[in-house]
Design a protein around this ligand. Structure first.
Ligand code: SAM
Length: 441
């Protein structure tokens, strides 16, 4: 395929960066850091036409989601080997590398990681970038700044298991991989005979990848995946879910919200273990995780409609009617406001007060800080445009009284404790807010 050809410009830059490091030329630390962070996605958008990105589902995992995956991998049982069957420029393999130790020397670390990190992608330019970025990640882990002029022994010899290959084809056949598959596969709809167990119609490539990945893993192996929400909640995927339930036992399922500001699709995070023929209780239900509120007890979802704000401020055109505009950085830490002072033109969905706004980043609570969460109640009359860094909870009964009760629930100690247990990820998900137990405060 030639559609990602332009990305070669970026891999050439990465190559030059590693050559500079290898030959002892000084390299600015921030350039190394950028190359293992969001730069690869920025360059993807600059160098590869949107039409082709859509065709092959090339949307690299953004930093907050990558952080969630890292936290899932680091907090769970560590695996010996990781495979991403649609690895792109390696963001999830980078997340997996955080869960791997480093060895005495850079050379030993690279040899070890070469054995443990496996990746496939149909685009050779992405594969090359993934290998170079992992090399840079290993250099950074060994402390580039403290080892000025660090020598890289024959850089091209490493990451031989990250190759250009059709991931779906490669996953076919007998259970073969013992380890952990971590993936954010393409989401487009495709026709394939592999979907027969659940449909004869075109289906989500992500459904195919997940089903094939589950079959490709040997008993006891693990899967962590970023998937489109329709697989979790759509009625047309109920047979697919039933098929997957026959192989995977879910350990976590977190609804996340919009993938990022460039891809307007809601996703969830699935953590699971391969246990064939072990249809357990948690396998049936795809709405909540096993560790959510006890069956029968009420949660925030029973009283509030919880959604993510709709404005992506730096992307959405400033056009249409003007509304009060709520942004995280303009809000007080907690309490009540009438109407946000800032205003913005916006042509999509706005929200009628009263409602409670919750910031999407929330750190696990510390000893100094009593509660992990707080909300801000908006009481005014006018509809409000809400930034997508905020979560909106609108009371089902439309009352300010319910919102005030929610403020108490959010800031309570039991909610902080529950969230610290429930969510591995600092980026608060809509699903987690919905599941917060409705405690008597
Ligand atoms: C959503 S991106 C994710 C990339 C990477 N895993 C990440 O998280 O950033 C999906 C990737 O799948 C690749 N892809 C599409 N079809 C594929 C196939 N049949 N086999 C392997 N890779 C494929 C695309 O080139 C793209 O890089």
């Amino acid at each position: 395929m030639t559609g990602a050809h332009g990305y070669g410009e970026y891999t050439t830059r990465l190559q030059a960066l590693t050559t500079d490091v290898a030959s002892g030329r000084p390299v600015q630390h921030h350039r190394l850091l950028a190359s293992v962070d969001g730069e690869a996605s920025e360059q993807l958008r600059r160098l590869v036409p949107l039409e082709y990105r859509r065709q092959v589902g090339a949307f690299f995992t953004p930093a907050p989601l990558k952080q969630c995956v890292s936290e899932m991998l680091e907090s769970g049982v560590r695996s010996e080997r990781y495979l991403d069957p649609a690895c792109g420029s390696g963001d999830l393999l980078l997340a997996a590398s955080h869960a791997l130790p480093i060895r005495e020397s850079l050379k030993e670390t690279l040899e070890d990681w070469t054995d443990r990190l496996h990746g496939w992608d149909i685009n050779s330019e992405f594969v090359e970038a993934a290998r170079l970025r992992l090399l840079i990640a290993a250099i950074l882990r060994h402390g580039y700044e403290s080892q000025h002029g660090l020598r890289i022994p024959n850089a091209s010899a490493y990451f031989a298991n990250i190759v250009t290959r059709d991931g779906l084809e490669a996953l076919r056949g007998q259970a073969a991989f013992a380890g952990h598959i971590v993936m954010n596969p393409p989401f487009g709809v495709v026709s394939s005979p592999l979907s027969r167990p659940w449909t004869s119609r075109p289906t989500s490539a992500a459904a195919l990848f997940t089903y094939q990945a589950a079959h490709h893993l040997v008993e006891g192996s693990r899967l962590t995946a970023i998937l489109p929400d329709v697989l979790r909640s759509g009625s047309r995927y109920s047979t697919w879910r039933a098929q997957v339930n026959k192989i995977l036992i879910r350990s976590s399922l977190d609804t996340y919200g919009q993938f990022d500001e460039h891809a307007d699709v809601d996703v969830f995070l699935l953590g699971a273990k391969v246990e064939r023929q072990a249809l357990s209780e948690s396998s049936g239900e795809w709405w909540h995780t096993g560790d959510s509120a006890a069956v029968g007890s009420k949660s925030v979802d029973d009283f509030f409609v919880v959604r993510v704000g709709t404005v992506v401020d730096n992307r959405d055109p400033v056009e249409g009617p003007e509304f009060p505009f709520a942004r995280a950085r303009d809000l007080p830490p907690s309490g009540e406001i009438s109407t946000p002072v800032r205003r913005r033109k916006f042509s999509r969905r706005v929200f009628e007060p009263p409602f409670v706004l919750v910031r999407r980043t929330s750190r696990p609570s510390t000893a100094q800080q009593e509660s992990r969460l707080s909300g801000v109640l908006v009481t005014g009359q006018a509809p409000v445009a809400v930034d997508n860094h905020l979560i909106i909870a609108s009371p089902r009964d439309g009352s300010i009284k319910s919102c005030r009760t929610l403020l108490k629930v959010l800031s309570s100690k039991p909610t902080s404790d529950w969230l610290d247990n429930r969510i591995r990820c600092r980026h608060l998900t809509v699903g987690a807010v919905r599941e917060i137990p409705w405690t008597n405060t």
